[in-house]
Ligand binder design. Structure first.
Ligand SMILES: C[S@@+](CC[C@H](N)C(=O)[O-])C[C@H]1O[C@@H](n2cnc3c(N)ncnc32)[C@H](O)[C@@H]1O
Length: 203
């Protein structure tokens, strides 16, 4: 697992998508499938976007580009995902891990649909010194505590973890948990222990 990335997200797509099948898991909100379109333009052989939501802007872009991207409406944490979409050379999953209450279940599912490369991106919360593997459940936090996680006023990822996510108290996209980097690493190790990933795959 690498935490200091040498590439931008777009560079990752350009590097891994050409000649490969590519699935973009959770690629809709705020970005309208942009990484799927990048993968298609970069020469991916098949591109699927899996999300619980579909936007009009995504459909507009689909028409405009005369794109062959397949949209599959599905919950990426459901065990049926593999049967629904099959396997892919490249699994791209950005900004989703902190949305789901069961991160390990999501990682296990991503592993099942992944033939070669899993590119997993997530915001993390700060480490608490002396308390590794911390996590916080966002829904129903009192407003003054919820605001701590809103990075939009600090030049942070307002698009991904903005006020909407923090003000909602439930719903499919809003049952998320913030995790420290050590917690995300521990989730990958737990996936290894469960036999879903090998150590070299998580390296
Ligand atoms: C913060 S956005 C990330 C968008 C994009 N990947 C990016 O990097 O900007 C999270 C996306 O995950 C989707 N999502 C949330 N829960 C999901 C789930 N259980 N299964 C599939 N998609 C989900 C949301 O609808 C939304 O499109």
């Amino acid at each position: 697992m690498r935490t200091k990335e040498p590439f931008t997200p777009a560079e990752y797509v350009e590097r891994y998508a050409p000649g490969s099948s590519f699935v973009d898991v959770g690629g809709m909100w705020g970005i309208n499938g942009e990484y799927s379109f990048k993968a298609e333009r970069a020469g991916a052989t098949r591109v699927v976007l899996v999300d619980i939501d579909r936007t009009a802007e995504f459909d507009r872009k689909l028409d405009e580009a005369q794109s062959k991207i397949e949209f599959v409406k599905a919950d990426a944490t459901e065990a049926t995902l593999l049967d629904e979409i099959g396997t892919f050379d490249v699994v791209w999953c950005a900004g989703l891990l902190y949305h789901v209450p069961d991160p390990l279940g999501l990682i296990e599912n991503l592993r099942r649909i992944c033939k070669q490369w899993l590119i997993l991106e997530s915001l993390v919360i700060p480490e608490m010194p002396g308390w590794p593997n911390m996590a916080t459940f966002y829904p129903y936090q009192p407003p003054r505590y919820r605001r701590r996680w809103d990075t939009s006023t600090k030049g942070g990822a307002s698009r991904q973890l903005g006020a909407d996510n923090l003000q909602e108290t439930g719903g499919a996209g809003h049952r998320g948990m913030g995790r420290a980097d050590s917690t995300a690493r521990a989730s990958l190790l737990a996936a290894i222990a469960a036999g879903c990933l090998t150590e070299s795959e998580a390296a």
